[in-house]
Structures are given as structure tokens and as C-alpha cells.
Design a protein around this ligand. Structure first.
Ligand SMILES: [Zn+2]
Length: 169
């Protein structure tokens, strides 16, 4: 699903809650299925309250959001995903004030979200031309240490959001 072509209705249905957003992030982090970065175990489960995936082997914890702009966020992930939608469809020019109404956050929160996303995206004008690819992985090194050495996910792409192939930026 791409923000440029999806209606907000579709986007919001697709990322309607924490679980949907987490599953999307899990697919980005482990496109070929979960692998524990410490013991290589392929089975595990999501600890619902902490955005953490726990391996079945030794109960190692891996943060689903580590290395992303969502790390340690206190906001529902859906609000971030919706923010990404509005940023993408407005070519990044959306104001914090408008976002307060659209996503339901305070102005200062909206301001911080936009700032974080713009930093994550780097040169927004360049990236917006890249078919709406928005890079959410802000620190490749930490992402690599979390088991993402092979590839660095980008965002948002239709095929990855719907569980298709793994993605590369
Ligand atoms: Zn493990």
C-alpha cells in the first residue's frame, strides 16, 4: 500500500490499531520470518505490551521498533502511520497545526513527529520522488546489530505492507 495512491480510508483501515502496525513493522524487520539475532531461533512471540519479540529458545528480547523513529514512542503506532500518510500525500508540506486535527495530537507532539520523520527521510524532496519511499530506519548500525545486517528497510511500499516480498530501500 502506498500513501500516494491509497485513500485515507484504506490507509486507516490497514493501520487501524497497534497490532496492524506492529505486524507491518515485524514484516519489515524480518521479511523472511522471525530469526532471533542472538541465538538464531526461528520461533518466537510478540510481547504485546512492550513492542518486543521474544525468542522461544532462550527468551531473548528484540525490540520491534529499535532503530526506527517509533522507538520508545508513547504514542499509538497508528498515529505515526497516519502522520506518514498525510506527510506523503502533502509532499511533506503539512503543518503541525493541521496534523493536530488530522491525527489528534497536541501541536508540540505533531511538531516533533514531523521533525523526526523528516530527519528519518533525509532529503524529503528527493525521497518523495522515489515513489513515496520514506525511510523510517534512522540508525542502520543499531538496526544491523538488532539482526538487520543484510538489508535496511524503507517505507512505505505496497508489497511489503501486505506481506509480499521483503523490501530494500
Ligand atoms: Zn534467542
Amino acid at each position: 500500500m502506498q500513501a500516494e495512491t491509497a485513500s485515507f480510508w484504506e490507509w486507516q483501515q490497514h493501520f487501524s490499531g497497534e497490532q496492524h502496525c506492529l505486524q507491518a513493522l515485524i514484516k519489515l524487520r524480518w521479511p523472511d520470518g522471525f530469526v532471533c539475532g542472538r541465538c538464531g531461533h526461528r520461533k518466537g512471540w510478540l510481547l504485546q505490551t512492550r513492542h518486543v519479540y521474544e525468542c522461544a529458545g532462550y527468551h531473548h528480547h528484540t525490540s520491534v521498533t529499535a532503530g526506527t523513529v517509533f522507538h520508545n514512542t508513547k504514542l499509538p503506532l497508528a498515529k505515526w502511520f497516519w502522520c506518514i500518510y498525510w506527510m506523503s500525500t502533502d509532499k511533506g508540506s503539512i503543518s503541525a497545526l493541521r496534523l493536530t486535527k488530522l491525527v489528534g495530537v497536541s501541536w508540540i507532539t505533531a511538531h516533533r513527529m514531523l521533525w523526526k520523520l523528516r530527519v528519518a527521510m533525509g532529503d524529503q524532496n528527493r525521497l518523495y520522488r522515489l515513489e513515496g519511499t520514506v525511510e523510517l530506519w534512522t540508525t542502520p548500525s543499531s538496526a544491523a546489530s538488532a539482526g538487520l545486517a543484510a538489508r535496511r528497510p524503507s517505507w512505505p511500499r505496497a508489497d511489503t505492507m501486505t506481506g509480499g516480498r521483503g523490501l530494500s530501500p
